[in-house]
Write a protein that binds this ligand. Structure first.
Ligand SMILES: [Zn+2]
Length: 252
């Protein structure tokens, strides 16, 4: 059994949920992009395996409603199927993004996470220094580094800095040239490793898009292979880690 710690089911056909369950993916976390997703909430009511997060992705700030912070606070406080704040963070990959606005939204949502005692799902591309600056006042939160692409040094710095941090990996970690991710996977404690698909994005090499949570067993097996762990051991390990990271038992 596996949990897909990050999949945008609200952008996929609903039958993909049943399909993934039938191949052993028994839990799903749908991250927020523009705050609250009505579809994510509906899916969480229909499938006991589905949970979601609320948050504004750094590249979707302009598309989020004005009242988004109030909504995030309200849903995270009141809905038991909402188990995290995310995906939030910084994305300075493209030139010309509004860095200050991203930083403002990021910090606002870290505050909500603290208030509601929820873990945060972090989207981070470039902006490592700014990330460290902003989070220096929020070391007490639980961080889930989604599709972590940093170096081992950076991972170690985060480990030292935060009370709790988890690192999540998907298909990019099994690419033929994924040396950096393998180094990180081997260099951090195994109790903080999670797996995800980020579907519909990032299908494994040689797979047709869209990516789906049904690809998670393949991805997780390949990751285990890369770091020299037994498949069933690695599956059980990430299952336990994911439950701890989200403080959620993911009923089966
Ligand atoms: Zn995502």
């Amino acid at each position: 059994m596996l949990i897909d710690s990050h999949c945008h089911l609200d952008f996929l056909k609903e039958r993909e949920i049943e399909k993934a369950i039938s191949v052993g993916v028994k839990g799903f976390v749908i991250p927020g992009i523009k705050g609250y997703s009505y579809i994510a909430n509906k899916l969480s009511e229909k499938y006991k395996e589905v949970y979601y997060a609320v948050g504004v992705h750094p590249l979707y700030i302009k598309e989020a409603p004005k009242s988004v912070f109030e909504t995030i606070l309200e849903v995270a406080s009141e809905n038991p199927n909402c188990i995290a704040i995310g995906e939030i963070g910084l994305d300075f990959f493209e030139k010309g993004v509004d860095r200050e606005l991203q930083a403002f939204y990021f910090e606002k949502q870290l505050e909500i996470a603290r208030k509601t005692k929820k873990p945060v799902i972090i989207h981070l591309r470039k902006g490592f220094k700014e990330f460290l600056d902003i989070t220096s006042n929020y070391k007490d939160l639980t961080y889930i580094m989604h599709m972590f692409s940093g170096k081992l040094d950076f991972a170690k710095a985060l480990l030292k800095r935060f009370d709790k941090v988890y690192f999540s990996f998907g298909a990019p970690a099994i690419r033929s040239n994924a040396k950096k991710s393998v180094e990180v996977l081997k260099g951090i404690p195994e109790e903080i490793v999670l797996v995800e698909t980020d579907s519909p994005d990032l299908p494994p090499e040689g797979f047709n898009p869209p990516n789906t949570p049904s690809n998670l067993p393949y991805i997780a097996e390949k990751i285990a292979e890369r770091i020299g762990l037994e498949k069933s051991y690695f599956f059980d390990l990430t299952l336990k880690n994911t439950k701890e990271a989200f403080k959620c038992s993911f009923q089966d």
